[in-house]
Design a protein around this ligand. Structure first.
Ligand code: GDP
Ligand code: MG
Length: 369
């Protein structure tokens, strides 16, 4: 169902929409400005004005999905991508802050982290990428859009409070996404901390600790006193090993948007998490319905970098517009292809929106009749 909105086609050809409508009408095709026409009609009318419509723009599938599966010997280990979830006030933000503070700066100069929505943390035993607790809705929204970003969920449960509604919700999200859970029993410093109760409550809803014959790792931590953090990091890397997370770094990158914004100075800025391949400055990219060429890549410490490999989060500058969280990002060889695919998607989305609004106004019209 390849279509283009008439006004978009006219605009791209640099002619008046009315002129195009008239020409179509004389060919027996009745359309209005906001209606869509199919590829064949577009080709026909464009030819009348001396244009050729490139079929490639209508064949994004062939442009984007010609990649061959990776040869196992081209795969190397990649860092796990971790999301912290749990009930409000159980310490998600505090825990992430401690992790970020203690790990990011260790042995690395200029350690102040920028808020870009994702962080790469280094430990003696390897790197871990953390998503900045996106909230449960964002997590499920991304998942429903097919973005499988997270490898491991850290479920934070306050030792004094125990299992609460959003704890259960988080477990359900993780289960639905088939992502393994590591339980961080937080606030162990509190006098009324009762980790055994947390363990019992979770076992009752199917999250059973290894000690009780289940397969869930439990770690006792205190974000406040910064205890248990090393063990938590170790457990994440252990779980990652079990998952055998691998990717081929030696190809064009693909990944997902974690967050995006319009920056007054830099234009559209998208934080992308590379899933496989390596994203490089100068790469043509398609990102959601937008396209562009990577003008600059900025890491989570605000430093300009030339490239970003698997599980590495970077800010990408150079897109034609602001994508949505969860959107797929794909690097292409050819800038022209990126532009065509991007524009094609953009038009498709516009056509959908216009179809919605014209249906709405028709409904209104009928209401009045
Ligand atoms: P979030 O809503 O899950 O992000 O929770 P926050 O990180 O904002 O923490 C909620 C409250 O719990 C804050 O007042 C924190 O200072 C406090 N808190 C977090 N972790 C700990 C901890 O390990 N021990 C104690 N005593 N308080 C904590
Ligand atoms: Mg928080």
């Amino acid at each position: 169902d390849d279509t283009i909105v008439l006004s978009d086609l006219a605009k791209r050809m640099g002619i008046k929409a009315g002129e195009m409508i008239a020409r179509l009408m004389s060919n027996g095709v009745m359309v209005t400005v906001n209606q869509t026409i199919d590829f064949d009609t577009a080709t026909l009318v464009a030819a009348e004005f001396g244009y050729e419509v490139e079929k490639a723009a209508f064949e994004e599938e062939t442009i984007l999905h010609t990649a061959q599966p990776d040869d196992p010997e081209n795969l190397s280990h990649r860092p796990p991508v971790v999301t912290i979830m749990g009930h409000v006030d159980h310490g998600k933000t505090s825990l992430l802050d401690v992790i970020r503070k203690s790990r990011v700066t260790a042995g690395e100069a200029g350690g102040i982290t920028q808020h870009i929505g994702a962080y790469l943390v280094s430990t003696d035993k390897g790197h871990i990428a953390f998503l900045d607790t996106p909230g449960h809705e964002a997590f499920s929204a991304m998942r429903s859009r097919g973005a499988h970003i997270t490898d491991i969920v850290i479920l934070v449960v306050a030792a004094d409070d125990g299992v609460m509604p959003q704890t259960v919700e988080a477990i359900n999200h993780a289960k639905a996404a088939k992502v393994p859970v590591i339980v961080a029993v937080n606030k162990m410093d509190k006098p009324d901390a009762d980790p055994d109760r947390v363990q019992r409550q979770l076992a009752e809803i199917g999250v059973t600790p290894e000690a009780w014959g289940g397969d869930t790792i439990f770690v006792h931590v205190s974000a406040k006193q910064e205890t248990g953090i090393d063990e938590l990091m170790e457990m994440i890397l252990l779980q990652a090993e079990v998952l055998e997370l691998k990717a081929n770094p030696d190809k064009l990158a693909s990944g997902h948007v974690v967050e995006a914004k319009l920056d007054s100075g830099r234009g559209p800025v998208a934080t992308v998490l590379v899933k496989e391949g390596t994203l490089k400055t100068g790469d043509p990219v398609v990102c959601g319905v937008h396209h562009g060429k990577v003008r600059a890549l900025i890491d989570d410490r605000g430093r300009k970098v030339d490239q970003a490999g698997p599980s590495h989060p970077v800010e990408l500058i150079g897109l034609s517009g602001v994508p949505m969280a969860g959107d797929e990002m794909v690097a292409l060889k050819d800038e022209k292809d990126a532009k065509q695919v991007g524009q094609h998607r953009f038009q498709k989305q516009r056509a959908k929106e216009l179809a919605k609004t014209s249906r709405l106004s028709l409904d209104k019209l009928y209401e009045r009749m």
